[in-house]
Write a protein that binds this ligand. Structure first.
Ligand code: SF4
Length: 363
């Protein structure tokens, strides 16, 4: 390979201090973790635990729950007691819920900097309680909740304003000797968000929680998050990620995991290498790729499965796949590691691929 002098993704990581969100280390040399947020009413303990179970099954490592009322705060102990993954309490306006969340066994607390000023006199108490319990705090700066003073100085939520807000909030805790912090400076515009995180990364050593806030519906939000996280993670910036979608939270987890897999920051699960189809295709590639995806979903071993529309370029284009199919003349040539092992009628392609996958030891 030609050495272009460019470090590979994942080989260069910003130095950040590590915090522990329950059992999940965030920052330092810990793998980048994936998190999401429940959409249930937190006080509905059963529904919230059901959604946490779904998120956990999808690969979520940390879950955040909103705590807007006393009923929600009262439900936290029941949720943390049964959740298989660490629970972060998301708190606005009510400092007393922060104490309740720590008491209830939450693994971390997120507080909003636009609100924390209103309880300045309580910062010392929060720092002491969180420090005693070993609970880190995320300072979550959002474009929409930027401090009014900074908004008037900068005119809008610029990267500089977001970073200044985050560092000022940090200083409120640092004054009390509390530094178990992680930070986010989210913005809906990936360009502003990327600039803000780069600036913040250069100005502190706290671990960073990446997010494009209000990223939008699934397609747009996926693109925005993948682009923004990709740019930052490729530069070693970011210790935990949350994809925000106007879609069920399980989808956020799937997208987050796929972003990390795409960058080689976590082992791949299933990868479908399917061609885009062209005038040479002799099969409905789109449909076949969907069918193969569905058939291999949940397959125990991570495999790279190729779905190629023709026999002309198919096997060559998919040389690095574990197994795959090239279609032509109503048939499918099934190949394993580049070698054609059998030819089957088109309607048996999916079954033949699964059969070849299951009868081999891929380790
Ligand atoms: Fe076209 Fe064949 Fe390549 Fe698919 S594999 S894009 S059908 S040439």
């Amino acid at each position: 390979a030609v050495d272009l002098g460019v470090p590979a993704v994942g080989t260069r990581r910003r130095r950040s201090r590590q915090v522990r969100v329950g059992s999940v280390p965030v920052g330092g040399d810990a793998p980048v973790s994936v998190q999401s947020m429940t959409t249930t009413v937190t006080a509905n303990v059963d529904a919230t635990l059901r959604q946490i179970a779904e998120l956990t099954a999808a690969g979520c490592q940390i879950v955040r729950v909103a705590v807007p009322s006393q009923d929600d705060a009262d439900a936290l102990a029941a949720i943390t007691g049964k959740s298989p993954i660490p629970v972060v309490a998301d708190i606005h306006f009510q400092p007393r819920y922060v104490f309740a969340a720590i008491e209830a066994g939450c693994a971390a607390v997120r507080v909003n900097p636009g609100n924390i000023r209103k309880f300045d006199d309580q910062v010392a108490g929060i720092a002491r309680a969180a420090g005693d319990a070993g609970v880190p705090i995320r300072i979550g700066v959002n474009a929409g909740s930027l401090d009014a003073r900074l908004l008037s100085r900068y005119g809008k939520a610029t990267p500089e304003a977001l970073v200044e807000s985050a560092l000022w909030e940090c200083s409120l805790f640092e004054e009390h000797g509390f530094t178990d912090l992680k930070l986010s400076v989210k913005h809906h515009d990936p360009v502003v968000m990327i600039a803000a995180y780069r600036l913040l990364a250069a100005r502190c050593e706290y671990p960073l929680h990446l997010g494009v806030t209000e990223a939008g519906p699934q397609f747009q939000g996926t693109i925005k998050s993948a682009v923004a996280f990709g740019v930052l993670l490729a530069d070693g910036i970011g210790d935990t990620i949350r994809v925000s979608l106007s879609a069920p939270p399980v989808e956020e987890v799937k997208v987050g995991l796929s972003i990390l897999e795409s960058l080689g920051l976590r082992p791949r699960r299933l990868e479908i290498v399917s061609c885009p189809s062209c005038g040479r295709a002799q099969v409905d590639v789109y449909r076949l790729a969907e069918q193969v995806s569905a058939a291999f979903d949940g397959f125990g071993t991570p495999l790279r499965v190729a779905v190629m529309g023709c026999v002309v370029n198919g096997p060559g284009e998919a040389r690095e796949a574990d197994l795959g199919v090239s279609s032509g003349n109503g048939k499918g040539q099934i190949f394993v590691r580049g070698q054609v092992v059998r030819t089957v009628p088109e309607n048996q392609i999916v079954e033949a691929l699964l059969d070849e996958a299951m009868k081999r030891d891929w380790t």
